[in-house]
Write a protein that binds this ligand. Structure first.
Ligand code: PGA
Length: 252
C-alpha cells in the first residue's frame, strides 16, 4: 500500500484556481485502485470546503493544539474533522523556519490530532549545514524524540515524513541510497522510542520521503522502502502528480 500526499502549500492563489486544480487532479487519477494506495491532498485551509468525496482523501497543512478558545487566527483539529479532514501535516520545515514552531508545540499538535482521530504527518529533516557537519542522525533523533515523547496511551497511527530541508523545493532530491540509510535510522529510533512506552497499543507508523520528489524518482524511493511520498511542487501539476500515482501503483 503506497501513500502519495500532495502538499499544495500556499498555492494556488484563488478559489477558482483551487477548484480547477482539484478537478483536474481528481480526473487524472480516477483510474487508480484504492486497494493499492491512497492519494491525499492537503490544500490551504480556505480550500478544504472544495472537497467532494472521491478517491482522494483530505489533509490539512497545520492545526492548533486546542479544540477551541481565544486563539485568534488558529484552526483546531475539531474544525478540521468537521470538514472530513483525515490527515494533518505537522512540523513542516517551513513552519519551523518562518513561524518559529518549536518541538513543544509540535508534540502538543501531534497529541491533539491523534485524540481527534486525525492522522499526523510529522515532518523531520536536516538542513544543508547539519548534513555537511555529519549531524543528520543527531538531528533526526532529537526531532523524533521531542515530537513523539509521551505518546503512551494514545493510538499511534501516524506518518513520519523524512524531508531533508536542503532537498525541499530545490530540484535537488536526496539520493535514494542516502534517503534509505536515513530511513533505516528513523525506523530504529522509532522502535526505541515506542518500545520504551507501553506495549500492545494499536500502532501503525508509515514513513514517507519528501523533497523534490517527482515522477523521475518515485520508483526509487518506493524501492528504497519508503511507504510513500510527500509531494510539494509536483503536486501542483496534475499530469505529473498522476504519473507519480501510476508509477506508485505499478510498484505496489
Ligand atoms: P517539494 O516540497 O516537493 O516541492 O520539494 C516538498 C514539501 O515541502 O513537502
Amino acid at each position: 500500500m503506497y501513500f502519495l500526499i500532495a502538499n499544495w502549500k500556499m498555492y494556488p492563489s484563488t478559489q477558482k484556481k483551487a477548484e480547477s486544480l482539484l478537478k483536474k487532479t481528481t480526473a487524472k487519477i480516477k483510474g487508480i485502485d484504492p486497494q493499492k494506495g491512497k492519494v491525499i491532498i492537503c490544500p490551504p485551509f480556505v480550500y478544504l470546503q472544495n472537497y467532494i468525496p472521491s478517491k482522494i482523501e483530505l489533509g490539512a497543512q497545520n492545526c492548533f493544539w486546542k479544540e477551541e478558545g481565544a486563539f485568534t487566527g488558529e484552526i483546531s483539529p475539531s474544525m478540521l474533522k468537521s470538514l472530513s479532514v483525515k490527515y494533518v501535516i505537522l512540523g513542516h520545515s517551513e513552519r519551523r523556519k518562518y513561524f518559529k514552531e518549536q518541538s513543544e508545540d509540535i508534540t502538543k499538535k501531534v497529541k491533539v490530532a491523534l485524540k481527534n482521530n486525525i492522522t499526523p504527518i510529522l515532518c523531520i529533516g536536516e538542513t544543508k549545514q547539519e548534513r555537511e557537519k555529519g549531524d543528520t542522525g543527531e538531528v533526526l533523533k532529537k526531532q523524533l524524540k521531542e515530537s513523539l515523547e509521551d505518546l503512551a496511551g494514545t493510538n499511534k497511527t501516524l506518518f513520519i515524513a523524512y524531508e531533508p530541508i536542503w532537498a525541499i523545493g530545490s530540484g535537488n532530491n536526496c539520493s535514494p541510497d542516502e534517503a534509505m540509510s536515513n530511513l533505516i535510522f528513523i525506523r530504529k529510533q522509532l522502535s526505541k522510542i515506542f518500545n520504551q512506552q507501553s506495549q500492545g497499543e494499536k500502532s501503525s507508523i508509515k514513513i514517507l520521503y519528501g523533497g523534490s520528489a517527482d515522477s523521475s524518482n518515485t520508483k526509487s524511493y518506493l524501492e528504497a522502502g519508503f511507504d510513500g511520498l510527500l509531494v510539494g511542487s509536483a503536486s501542483l501539476q496534475p499530469a505529473e502528480f498522476s504519473k507519480m500515482c501510476k508509477i506508485a501503483e505499478q510498484n505496489a
